[in-house]
Design a protein around this ligand. Structure first.
Ligand code: AMP
Length: 453
């Protein structure tokens, strides 16, 4: 696996709607937070698949004319986050292929942990790859399977892959949705107002297209969508849930219900738990927007310290192509975040963020708050120290770049120039999401190094 490719993505599938590609487009729009690098949709008109994908935001990649060409009553879509360079258009999804059974398109959220091994085996047998994506392995595994029906080939293929996958497959007449046995990444099933179906990474997509939530695709389950039939379910693997707790901490949108619980409520609970750890006297609680907002609200409600909007976020910066010079090195963060001086000046400030990864964001923010006149800045983090990289689909840097893997709390506090620093501990985090260590329903590897596969 190339180290600079990270799968931090969203998937959607629409089945049984005349404007399938438009609904996929709107769904992707609401899932944009899961990936801003590239977007794509494949649709099927029953005879042929049509695909459009490109770099950039969903709104940039598609327009009315393009969506018109994506005809048919089924569609799959994807937004991609990747840190790869110029070639990332090649790595955009859906992955499309023609093979002996016809045509297929695949969208994938998650990371396959045995991707390199499988790829090398395929290459030894003569396979040619066009991209660095682990998802391309699936195309080959399906094409090479000796089974006659696509559904059996999918079952065959997913038994050869390991790791995290929430997948949606589109053929000319059917759609399939599959989740790995651990259910690392979310995937939910909804009903469209006209009776068709939607599957999506997060339920916020359902709200936008007027769909009603039916249930989650179960870990290890394969759902088959066929014309004029209710979705058929095949249990491919025994479910052993290990949901990614970072979905609750940072990744998912607060208005989504993920793994059966409201993301907003989970984050507020984290803030509430956080307020009990090293409580401190202060004048205001402020969030680092947007990630820290729900937990700062929870912190404020539990502690009684007033919540204020102390940092303004500019939502329109996109990618900054002007690299700041040495003298202007803080320009980038200031373009995105600016202090509300009236709220901060002369105040003892508690600033809440969801996580510290490299520590650079916190350091810049605390400097900014001090420059704006804060008398004290206390950093509070609504998750435990991020000590280990994720191999299951969240974009985290390698261990040597994770500040908490290399410094003590006091050293981090000094580095970010805070007056105090406290993190949520593992027990409190699990309590916030209504779980316990012994229950082990969640993957906490990024905080504990306890990897499942
Ligand atoms: P850092 O400067 O590396 O410490 O970044 C910490 C900030 O990045 C926090 O404000 C988080 O909300 C945010 N963050 C955490 N995880 C991720 C991720 N996987 N991708 C992008 N941003 C993240």
């Amino acid at each position: 696996m190339r180290e600079d490719i990270n799968e931090k993505c969203a998937v959607v599938g629409i089945f049984g709607h005349e404007e399938a590609s438009k609904l996929a487009y709107f769904s992707l729009h609401s899932l944009q937070h899961r990936g801003q690098e590239a977007a794509g949709i494949s649709s099927s008109d029953g005879k042929k698949l049509h695909t459009i994908k490109d770099r950039g935001l969903v709104m940039r990649v598609f327009n009315e004319d393009k969506l018109e060409t994506l005809s048919g009553s089924s569609a799959v879509g994807h937004t991609r986050y990747s840190t790869a360079g110029d070639d990332s258009i090649l790595d955009a999804q859906p992955v499309f292929a023609r093979y002996d059974l016809g045509e297929m398109a695949i969208v994938h959220n998650g990371n396959l942990t045995n991707a390199e091994e499988v790829r090398n085996q395929l290459i030894e047998k003569g396979a040619i790859f066009q991209t660095f994506m682990d998802t391309e392995n699936l195309i080959h595994l399906i094409a090479k399977s000796s089974k006659n029906k696509l559904v059996d080939r999918i079952v065959d293929a997913v038994q050869k892959i390991e790791g995290a996958f929430s997948l949606v497959f589109l053929s000319r007449t059917k759609m399939f949705a599959m989740r790995d046995r651990f259910g690392f990444r979310p995937l939910s099933l909804g009903r469209l107002p006209n009776g068709g179906y939607i599957v999506a990474s997060e339920t916020c997509a359902f709200d936008l297209v007027g769909a009603t939530f039916v249930r989650d695709v179960e870990p290890g389950e394969l759902l088959i969508f066929e014309k004029d039939k209710a979705p058929q379910s095949i249990k491919v693997f025994e479910a052993t849930p290990k949901h990614c707790i970072f979905e609750y901490v940072y990744f998912a949108r607060p208005d989504s219900t993920v793994f059966g619980q409201s993301v907003y409520q989970m984050r507020k609970n984290m803030g509430k738990e956080l307020s009990k750890i090293e409580p401190i006297e202060a004048d205001v609680v402020i969030p680092v927007p947007d990630g820290g907002v729900p937990s700062a609200i929870g912190y404020s409600q539990a502690s009684g310290i007033p919540y204020e909007m102390g940092i303004m976020r500019n939502h329109y910066i996109g990618r900054t192509f002007i690299e700041p010079t040495q003298e202007m090195r803080d320009l980038k963060v200031k373009m995105k975040l600016s202090p509300m001086i009236d709220v901060i000046k002369g105040k003892r400030v508690i600033v809440v963020d969801d996580s510290i990864v490299r520590g650079t964001t916190s350091r810049r923010i605390i400097r900014m708050l001090k420059e704006a006149g804060a008398s004290e800045v206390h950093m509070r983090v609504s998750s435990p120290p991020t000590t280990d990289p994720c191999f299951y689909g969240v974009d985290t840097p390698s261990k040597d770049k994770l500040i908490a893997a290399n410094m003590t709390n006091q050293e981090i506090c000094d580095y970010i120039e805070a007056d105090s620093l406290a993190y949520l501990d593992e027990d409190s985090l699990l309590r916030s999401v209504n779980s316990t260590v012994s229950e082990e329903k969640y993957c906490t590897a990024c905080f504990t190094g306890k990897y499942i596969v």
